[in-house]
Ligand binder design. Structure first.
Ligand code: PLP
Length: 443
């Protein structure tokens, strides 16, 4: 397993993260346990902010909180000078409870409810990323009732679809998100938004995909958006001041993943922006971006305890852990790949190929197929790397498993930032109607 950030193997042959022995963490806090390398999270935040600062362009780096949204993470984002992207009242509430400055919050989503719009307007957030015509007019009306004027970006689908090493120009119309560039609805949205008295239109937002390793997709998106901006200025007299290019920067889950350093992504994007805007004689906009996975993904490691195993001679050996698709649904959802090691025997040679199974009642509850480990047995601590993004935030209580605790580790100290759920938590919201209550047997 590749050792990310501060991960190392200590003199006891144990995996250590943030100066903490993971075997001791597993004993102290139980498993499954999400361990987050705080220094690595902060390093990633700094890499983005520093790279944009170096470009000389005005910018905002908004952490996409959907990747991992807890109050302690919002504190880090704030301290590192980031903005914050939220997609629901729950994420907004978490940010506000954490004391995140509302003026640096951007609200996304294709179906924001009137209550969510009200809550965000009352909080005084910095910007709404408006997704569709219904939201556009609803937001204007609610802002009007509150005698407010609020800043908006329009989410457009620029017709670029990028994932990993591939990006394609699609002219894509078939998406649940945003105003389509190709069929004219984006232009119509600009025309309507710029007339609405309670909205201040700043510019456009686009998000072209996830786990992107090439800069070409981002560059193509910039070209499409500048083309749009130029025609909108000519036809409607509207000039954009903000260009939000979304997130999607790739990270190294396994050795076959080859992401660029953050500085390279940012340098390629900002130089394309400079070049394209100069070419069209268009004033340079503020560049916003929304990294999620690339801020927290490789900072996370999940610790599990190995329980049972099943060796099918000539077929495979299944090694079962005390978590699974409940704490990491990504392999079951979209065949995401991970690497693992035995945290308590990290220096031992890998001897066998095994497949890591979760404990849920689903054959598809597999965390890793065919990975090399030392001969694993009951009680060993398994560490799965790169679980910081879209694991805790996508976790569920399927099979009524309790969601794990999250600890931040740094300089030899561990802080619990989310407590492990208790059995009591699982029934806390259950209600048994009076007529179903167990009748105490009369003597
Ligand atoms: N912005 C938007 C609009 C998104 O939909 C997403 C992810 O789905 C992100 C940002 C963050 O993407 P990533 O975590 O891949 O950086």
């Amino acid at each position: 397993m590749y050792l990310h950030g501060t991960s190392t193997i200590n003199s006891k042959g144990h995996l250590e993260i943030g100066g903490c022995d993971t075997v001791e963490l597993a004993e102290q806090y139980g498993t499954p346990l999400y361990v987050m390398d705080e220094a690595l999270i902060r390093q990633r935040c700094k890499e983005f902010v520093d790279a944009f600062r170096k470009s000389g362009l005005p910018f905002q780096v908004a952490y996409a909180s959907k990747a991992f949204c807890v109050m302690a993470m919002c504190r880090i984002a704030e301290e590192e000078g980031m903005s914050l992207d939220v997609v629901s009242d729950g994420e907004l509430y978490t940010a506000l409870q954490a004391g995140f400055p509302p003026e640096r919050i951007h609200f996304h989503g294709n179906n924001k409810t009137p209550q969510e719009l009200e809550m965000a307007l009352d909080a005084g957030i910095g910007c709404f990323v408006v997704d569709n015509f219904i939201e556009l007019h609803m937001l204007n009306a609610i802002a009007g009732e509150k005698r407010k004027k609020t800043k908006v970006l329009l989410r457009i689908t620029p017709g670029v679809d990028a994932h990993t090493h591939e990006y394609i120009s699609t002219g894509q119309t078939d998406s649940k998100f945003g105003f389509d560039l190709a069929n004219g609805s984006a232009k119509q949205a600009v025309s309507e938004a710029s007339e609405l008295p309670h909205l201040e239109l700043l510019g456009t937002h686009s998000h072209i995909g996830s786990q992107i390793f090439e800069v070409g997709g981002f560059q193509l998106a910039v070209e499409k958006v500048i083309g749009f901006a130029v025609s909108v200025r000519a036809e409607l007299g509207v000039t954009f001041s903000v260009l939000n290019l979304g997130g999607g920067f790739g990270i190294r889950y396994t050795e076959s993943d080859t992401p660029l350093p953050v500085a390279e992504y940012v340098a390629a994007i900002t130089s394309t922006v400079r070049e394209q805007f100069a070419k069209h004689g268009y004033p340079l906009p503020e560049i916003w971006t929304e990294p999620g996975r690339s801020i927290v993904g490789d900072a996370g490691t999940t610790l599990y305890t190995i329980g049972t195993y099943k060796d099918i001679p000539g077929v495979r050996k299944y090694v079962a852990v005390d978590g699974g698709m409940t704490d990491n649904p990504r392999p079951a959802l979209y065949q995401a790949q991970y690497e693992a090691m035995l945290a308590n025997r990290a220096a031992e040679p890998e001897e066998e190929v095994v497949s890591i199974a979760g404990k849920c009642c689903e054959s598809g509850d597999m965390l890793i197929w065919d990975t090399k480990l030392p001969k694993a047995s009951t009680g060993d601590v398994l560490a799965v790397a790169c679980t910081g993004a879209y694991n805790y935030s996508m976790a569920s209580n399927y099979n009524r498993l309790r969601r794990p605790a999250v600890v931040f580790v740094k300089d030899g100290a561990a802080d619990v930032v989310v407590e492990r759920e208790t059995l009591g938590d699982l029934v806390h919201k259950d209600v048994v109607p009076e007529r179903m209550k167990p009748v105490s047997k009369a003597r």
